[in-house]
Design a protein around this ligand. Structure first.
Ligand code: ATP
Ligand code: MG
Length: 266
């Protein structure tokens, strides 16, 4: 049984008098501990898929099975319980969190809401989460807006793993970071995956990053799956028109690959 099985997903948006299918009959699956990347041009439907999988928006059609449940049919308590297993990290943690909240508060919320640790236990759990993502416990009282972009993304990852998820959706989670910080965060994600067997739905426009972190990749074009396969095979020798165009438009790809290789990621 797949961890996540998405079948015939369609999401339409109204545009003036027309509707456009932002996601058009898309199917894929993710196995436990696996990284599936979604790539494709701007507007090809990547974030829409992420939002539907996270149940932030409802699809027009399709089915999602997560950990064996009909995920779109889950309501209230059952949905809340399953949500703990399906977490997210977005591009901009400043937008995702209240920037004035402290780091401790951001990490306390999931532990409290999902009943994972008692009030007296939580400070210790927060310190352990911070250490798990390569930060120190003295960051806990700092405000989100006071820490660096890389530290913020580590806090976002700590928050995501607080509820022991089986799947994390990452939408351009490393795109805003500069190259050296990006490499460190990718290394952290790989380490967490190895240790905790977490699967990732990893959305990125950077084929170099995808090649270094993903097992498989889906290339989207105007809401449809254009190509689908082993990440290195697809990126090294794309077969679809959009795949060829994306690789041709990525002159940084080779340089990125060299940098990742020298950082020990390849
Ligand atoms: N709330 C919305 N209302 C109307 N149209 C939308 C909405 N959200 C997305 N769209 C449209 O759906 C399509 C897919 O958008 P989506 O954000 O999923 O693309 P994306 O692949 O994530 O792009 P990017 O790489 O720029 O993040 C686009 O045509 C977009 O304009
Ligand atoms: Mg997007």
């Amino acid at each position: 049984m797949s961890l996540l099985a998405v079948s015939n997903l369609t999401k339409r948006y109204r545009r003036g008098d027309n509707t456009i299918a932002a996601v058009d009959d898309v199917s894929f699956h993710i196995e436990p501990g696996e990284t599936l990347a979604l790539a494709g041009p701007s507007g090809s439907g990547k974030s829409t898929i992420a939002r539907v999988v996270l149940r932030l928006i409802e699809p027009d059609d399709g089915r999602i099975e997560f950990e064996g449940d009909d995920f779109l049919a889950l309501r209230s308590a059952a949905l809340r319980a399953r949500r703990a297993r399906l977490q997210m990290v977005f591009q901009d943690p400043l937008a995702a969190f209240n920037p004035r909240a402290t780091v401790a508060r951001v990490l306390d919320d999931p532990l409290r809401i999902h009943g994972i640790a008692s009030r007296s236990e939580r400070p210790r759990r927060i310190a352990a989460l911070l250490e798990r993502v390569g930060l120190t416990a003295d960051l806990a009282p700092r405000a989100i807006h006071e820490i660096s972009g890389g530290q913020r993304q580590r806090v976002a990852i700590a928050r995501a793993i607080a509820t022991k998820p089986s799947l994390i959706v990452l939408d351009e989670a490393v795109s805003a970071l500069d190259v050296s910080v990006r490499g460190e965060i990718l290394e952290l994600l790989l380490d967490l995956q190895r240790q905790e067997k977490i699967a990732y739905l990893f959305i990125s426009h950077d084929l170099g990053v995808i090649r270094s972190i993903a097992h498989r990749v889906i290339l989207l074009d105007a809401g449809r799956v254009a190509e689908n396969g082993d990440a290195r095979t697809v990126i090294d020798a794309p077969q679809s028109a959009i795949g060829k165009a994306l690789v041709a438009a990525a002159p940084r790809l080779n340089r990125t690959l060299m940098r990742l290789a020298s950082a020990g990621l390849d």
